[in-house]
Design a protein around this ligand. Structure first.
Ligand SMILES: [Zn+2]
Length: 218
């Protein structure tokens, strides 16, 4: 199943709009009080409208990552009648989900997630290297006889598996056939990514000032 197989433009438009109009304003509030820049939304697959939106709230608890907070909101603020099956939803994370959130998404039954920034972006653009470090240290078990180089080349998780398919927004660009349209949307993805520069600066500045947080890994 490819969530984006039929109309990558329609999906990309909805995901970028959700990030810009729904997630970023919440993120601005979060970083101004010391939380990280990570956010998430759950959209109806049928309407592509966001049903739940949340951002990182690790001032309160180190487990309240944007994705976990969003799943929690999806199940606690929508009643049974207005909450579709997780199989009928599109999961959106601003940043490629960490090991905690990969598990949360899986346990909640979502069969997909889409993300704007990769782990490498989180490490290199946001100075937050823990996603990669935790996956490498906790989950990457060397096979017998495997060299360090072979181990380092292996993916950090199984991007298409029996539970979910993981899709980077730049993968959606590859599905747009028309060259002009694809370039236009690539520029749009870059524009939305740049909106995070100021959010990241605010987070880093607050971190330097020692803003109170429950998170151990800052
Ligand atoms: Zn996470």
């Amino acid at each position: 199943m490819a969530a984006h197989a039929h109309n990558p433009v329609r999906l990309l438009r909805a995901l970028l709009a959700t990030i810009e109009k729904d997630i970023i304003p919440l993120t601005a509030q979060g970083v101004s009080s010391g939380s990280k820049v990570f956010g998430a939304a759950i959209l109806s697959r049928a309407t592509l409208q966001p049903l739940a939106v949340a951002t990182n709230d690790e001032r309160l608890s180190p487990l309240l990552h944007g994705e976990i907070n969003c799943i929690q909101r999806f199940f606690t603020t929508l009643d049974d009648a207005s909450r579709p099956s997780t199989k009928d939803c599109i999961f959106l994370a601003t940043h490629e989900p960490c090991s905690l959130c990969l598990s949360g998404i899986t346990w909640a039954g979502f069969d997909n997630f889409h993300y704007l920034f990769t782990y490498e972006d989180s490490r290199d653009l946001f100075t937050i290297p823990y996603d990669i470090q935790i996956l490498e240290e906790v989950f990457r078990v060397p096979a017998e006889g495997e060299s360090g180089e072979q181990l380092a080349r292996r993916d950090l998780y199984n991007r298409r598996n029996a539970f979910f398919a993981s899709v980077c927004l730049k993968d959606l660009l590859d599905d747009i056939r028309d060259d002009v349209q694809r370039e236009g949307w690539a520029a749009e993805v870059d524009r939305v990514k740049r909106l995070y520069v100021v959010l990241s600066d605010t987070y880093q500045r607050n971190k330097q000032m020692g803003t109170r947080t429950a998170s151990f890994w800052r």
